[in-house]
Design a binder for this molecule. Structure first.
Ligand code: IVH
Length: 697
């Protein structure tokens, strides 16, 4: 794309523009845009930026300000023109220049050998040269550029017609708004590719959905295709979508002297796309002669599947010579010159036999689908949460249905859909319970929520789940207690609520089967030592809705004594880091509930740590007032220990990247948090070693 000379020139130009600021900027807008495009390319396509984020931002702001003063100087491919201001109305139906065909699938070496044999017979060649690249598992798109400008982006649709999603496509930073095709004599070109959501962006998106009480998506592919059809382009921009371009389906071209025709081969086409600034398979492609090498390579690559930052579901093998491609031609639904080699499926079908309802510690009643056990991606699955009533309706699930389930990488299994065509009429509608399956209280649903709840706070299921949470490792960490013991003690009547944990009758426990003298002593000792757990652990252990470990720490840091929270108004709570309207209301509600206050007073009497033990030694508090976040894998410290260290030294841990963050400590394979932090110039990004130095000061 850029020669060394150009890179040096653009870099020099960028630095000059930065140094001069607004001076003479109007006469240099083209240079400024070229510089910004170059740096976008370095960042989003090459993943190798040459400017700091702060410098990039300054350049961008220079352009933005100048264009604002002189709207007549704005160009349609200016880097400022990605962000659309208006919402998408309906997506117009548009025709593809060339139908978007699908690919024939192969699953093993024999399928590939057959395919190669046919291609050799048709062509009369002894060996064929193939180009192999990943089969990207996203949403397919088609792009049209005319006179170097992106004029249209469309979904695949039915292959003949798709939907015009140009405004949303412009939010994908690795897709250039303009590209120098004219330098190759090309006037119009239609390009095919795949919009992807990286595994990191996907898990962040699911976390966000969970925080909104929305059901998780099954896989990054659904997330990517859903994002492309969103009404608000700004929302699309927030999803962090990426693109790989892998095929040119149409072009018009005039011969240009001195320009080699890269369209002679598929690998050349990918090279041309790369040189025009697109992310096409570059390191990800390989050229081999003969099908044996193809078979070897696709098997080798399958081993790498889980190490890639995005999902692929196989490899695509393409005849490299375009003239030969043309001779082989196509059937009505796929080309004969390409084949997909599909990796081991992470999907399976099975029967949905029943729905059971489970009550969680906050009373939320979750329907769980009971399935005929089936193996997916090496794990046997027999039950899957189906979240809530709305989700069941959306997926049109019925008891007796055959359902398609999927386990994408390390994502928990999800039901993708029910296969309605396979119904025989005996399927039964799922009736959502209106009463708690454990205590039979009427369930209630808050406005705007999808979840039904048991509101009986004495509901045995809730009481038990709350105690299980209280003793768990991240909460009070009462070793050797655990879920099984909570259930057992509850069933035999030795334990009925949280304060009861500290009043257990150990002589009765030692009479139970399986409790020797030693194990009773160990249990007693760990219960006793848990009384000294710091305040933030106690707050987290209380299981207040929306209060996770981070918020618990924020709350603990803001008070002297646990019961101070009784006197905080919702407004005061909202002033705290990470505490929004919903969280504040939940905390306020908890501390204004009589039975909760009664329980807290009992716990205090039993000797639990209700005070925030302030750090006595000021020299220990070197990080006072500083906020930290860890991302990626740390080599020397465990994540938990590192966070404890920060707190011991007076700092706080925050849950996400925002302008309130002071330090982002970056380990190996850091993902989206790092990307985001780079865009906020007040955040100091440091390594694990630098962190260790900092706390030793
Ligand atoms: S080539 C005319 N290459 O797989 C051939 N397709 O199952 C055009 N896909 O519809 C397709 N990665 O959405 C090609 N490297 C790749 C691909 C790829 C993913 C998708 C594409 C296609 C589907 C067929």
């Amino acid at each position: 794309m850029y020669s060394t000379k150009q890179i040096q020139q653009l870099q020099k130009q960028s630095k000059e523009l930065l140094a001069k600021g607004e001076k003479d900027i109007l006469s240099r807008l083209d240079e400024l845009r070229a510089a910004l495009r170059f740096h976008e390319y370095r960042y989003y396509v090459m993943n190798d930026p040459l400017l700091s984020d702060a410098e990039y931002d300054r350049l961008y702001k220079l352009l933005e300000a100048a264009e604002k003063e002189h709207p007549e100087l704005v160009t349609s491919d200016s880097p400022t023109q990605r962000v659309g201001n208006s919402l998408n109305k309906d997506f117009e139906t548009v025709q593809h220049l060339v139908p978007m065909l699908s690919l024939e699938n192969s699953y093993d070496a024999d399928d590939l050998l057959d395919w190669d044999r046919k291609a050799r017979e048709l062509s009369g060649l002894e060996t064929i040269e193939y180009c192999i690249e990943p089969k990207f598992d996203g949403a397919s798109i088609s792009l049209i550029y005319e006179n170097d400008m992106l004029v249209r982006g469309a979904t695949r649709g039915d292959g003949v017609e798709g939907e015009d999603i140009t405004n949303n496509i412009k939010q994908v930073r690795s897709i250039p708004l303009s590209a120098p095709f004219s330098e190759y004599g090309i006037q119009q070109i239609e390009i095919r590719g795949e919009i992807m959501m990286s595994k990191a962006s996907f898990s962040k998106y699911n976390e966000w959905l969970a925080a909104q009480n929305l059901a998780a998506l099954a896989n990054p592919r659904n997330a990517a295709s859903g994002s492309l059809r969103m009404k608000d382009p700004k929302e699309v921009a927030r999803r962090g979508l990426e693109a790989f371009l892998y095929h040119v389906s149409f072009y018009t071209k005039q011969k240009k002297d001195g320009v080699t025709d890269l369209f002679d081969t598929h690998s050349g086409t990918l090279q041309l796309l790369w040189e025009c600034g697109f992310r096409s398979p570059q390191k990800e492609r390989i050229i081999v002669k003969g099908i044996d090498k193809v078979i070897q390579h696709v098997h080798d690559f399958e081993e790498l599947r889980d190490t890639l930052p995005y999902e692929i579901d196989g490899m695509v093998v393409k005849v490299n010579d375009i003239a030969l491609q043309d001779r082989l031609g196509m059937t009505t639904h796929h080309p004969r010159w390409a084949i997909a080699f599909k990796f081991k499926a992470r999907q399976a079908t099975t029967k949905l036999r029943a729905i059971e309802f489970q009550v969680g510690r906050t009373g939320a009643v979750t329907p769980v689908a009971k399935l005929d056990p089936v193996s997916v991606g090496g794990v046997t699955v027999s039950s899957i949460s189906v979240h809530n009533e709305e989700y069941i309706r959306e997926k049109d699930l019925k008891i007796g249905d055959t359902v398609l389930i999927e386990r994408a990488g390390d994502v928990i299994p999800q039901i993708v859909k029910s296969l309605a065509e396979l119904r025989d009429g005996k399927e039964k509608k799922i009736v959502f319970t209106k009463t708690c399956p454990v205590c039979e209280t009427q369930l209630a649903k808050e406005e705007g929520e999808a979840v039904w709840r048991c509101i009986n706070i004495e509901c045995p299921a809730q009481v038990v789940e709350k105690m299980i949470h209280f003793v768990s490792k991240d909460a009070m960490d009462i070793k050797s207690f655990g879920e099984a013991n909570v259930r057992k003690f509850y069933e035999v009547g030795l334990l009925k609520d949280i304060p009861g944990i500290y009043r257990l009758d150990f002589s009765k426990i030692s009479e139970l089967e399986g409790f020797g003298k030693k194990s009773v002593e160990t249990l007693q000792a760990s219960i006793e030592s848990s009384k000294k757990q710091p305040l933030h652990r106690l707050i987290y252990a209380l299981g207040i809705r929306f209060v996770g470990e981070t918020t618990a720490k924020t709350l603990a840091n803001a008070i002297e004594h646990l019961l101070d929270l009784v006197n905080k108004t919702e407004e005061e709570l909202q002033q705290m880091e990470d505490v929004g309207i919903k969280v504040a209301a939940s905390i306020h509600g908890f501390f204004h509930n009589d039975s909760n206050i009664h329980m807290l007073k009992e716990l205090e009497k039993l000797g639990l740590q209700f005070r925030n033990v302030k750090r006595e030694n000021t020299s220990a508090a070197v990080l006072q007032g500083q906020s930290f976040l860890f991302t990626g894998t740390l080599n020397k410290l465990k994540r938990n220990d590192a966070e404890e260290l920060v707190e011991q030294k007076g700092g706080v841990i925050v849950s996400g990247v925002s302008s309130k963050l002071n330090y982002l400590v970056v380990g190996e394979d850091a993902g989206s948090k790092l990307e985001k932090a780079k865009k906020i110039n007040t955040i100091k990004i440091i390594t694990e070693d630098e962190f260790l130095q900092l706390i030793q000061q």
